[in-house]
Ligand binder design. Structure first.
Ligand code: ADP
Length: 272
């Protein structure tokens, strides 16, 4: 734990130092060599603004992570309708998708999905996953968000992350086995290039492709936040990905005492 904490601090400092060094460099340039060249200032200011935004996102994510860790032992106790929160999350991001030339589609096969949760944390999970799908997908492709409820553990795992026969997959968070439990599930899938190395996903500051992922404004903390929140809610998180086909992130969370939804057959690709 000590080593992990030290590594984390070193990484966080490094992540903050990079934009700070860049800012200091531009300030120096504007005071020195570019002092009499105000035409170049607009361009410099634009880059400097980008760097401050990056620091702002990083600090926001670091604070989220520390707040979640602080409350990790408290049981979430707000009654939340996951189906509604997912639908609202999708609605909020439709304009972002449209700006990027992507289609964002919601497929809801349960009207309600009552869970005990911290609402804001659920919103964050949904946002982070959809945000990633939008960030790492090429123009003209579709991002699909599916919600269901009333599934047992095996059905939930299949719905979340066992749908593409040729994909690689990994369980990042496992829920406790309970034969009586029923789950609410949602899955965000994209048509991006896919992730060729899954095992380290969810580690803080891990990026699959350093250059690309920084350039789209990632902090490397989004999935670590998702992982913590799901664990705190006693749910599960699974990822499947296939190069050239896309990636899918699925989450299941225990429903409040037996909700009345009837389990639906889980769609498999072969059935479509
Ligand atoms: P970031 O803020 O950099 O996006 P995350 O923790 O959310 O950080 O994700 C970690 C890394 O996982 C990303 O940098 C990216 O390489 C990869 N990743 C996450 N989601 C996807 C996705 N939908 N498609 C492809 N790669 C992804």
């Amino acid at each position: 734990a000590e080593k992990a904490r030290a590594d984390f601090l070193a990484n966080a400092s490094h992540e903050l130092r990079t934009p700070l060094t860049s800012l200091a460099g531009f300030i120096e340039t504007m005071r020195g060599p570019a002092k009499d060249d105000p035409e170049s200032w607009d361009r410099f200011l634009e880059i400097m603004y980008g760097q401050t935004e990056r620091m702002r996102r990083l600090i926001h994510d670091l604070l989220s992570l520390s707040r979640i860790e602080l409350n990790e032992h408290l049981r979430p106790n707000q009654k939340v309708d996951l189906a509604l929160v997912v639908a609202e999350g999708v609605e909020a991001l439709v304009p972002v998708a449209r700006d990027k030339g992507l289609e964002l589609e919601l497929i809801q096969s349960a009207e309600t999905a009552p869970i005990y949760a911290v609402r804001d944390e659920m919103v964050q999970v949904i946002q982070n996953l959809i945000d990633n799908a939008l960030k790492y997908s090429p123009d003209g492709t579709a991002v699909r968000v599916e919600v269901s409820a009333g599934l047992d553990l095996e059905q939930a795992r299949t719905f979340a992350g066992r749908r593409w026969p040729n994909a690689a997959r990994i369980s990042i968070v496992q829920s406790r086995p309970d034969p009586k439990a029923r789950f609410a599930v949602f899955r965000v899938s994209d048509e991006g290039q896919g992730i060729d190395h899954l095992p380290r996903l969810g580690e803080r500051f891990y990026r699959v492709d350093e250059g690309r992922d920084r350039s789209v404004g990632g902090t490397g903390l989004g999935l670590a936040i998702v992982k913590h929140i799901v664990a705190r809610h006693r749910g599960g998180l699974m990822v499947e990905s296939e190069m050239g086909r896309g990636s899918a992130f699925g989450i299941w969370l225990p429903l409040t005492s037996q909700s009345s939804s009837v389990p639906e057959p889980v769609p498999r690709d072969e059935d479509k």
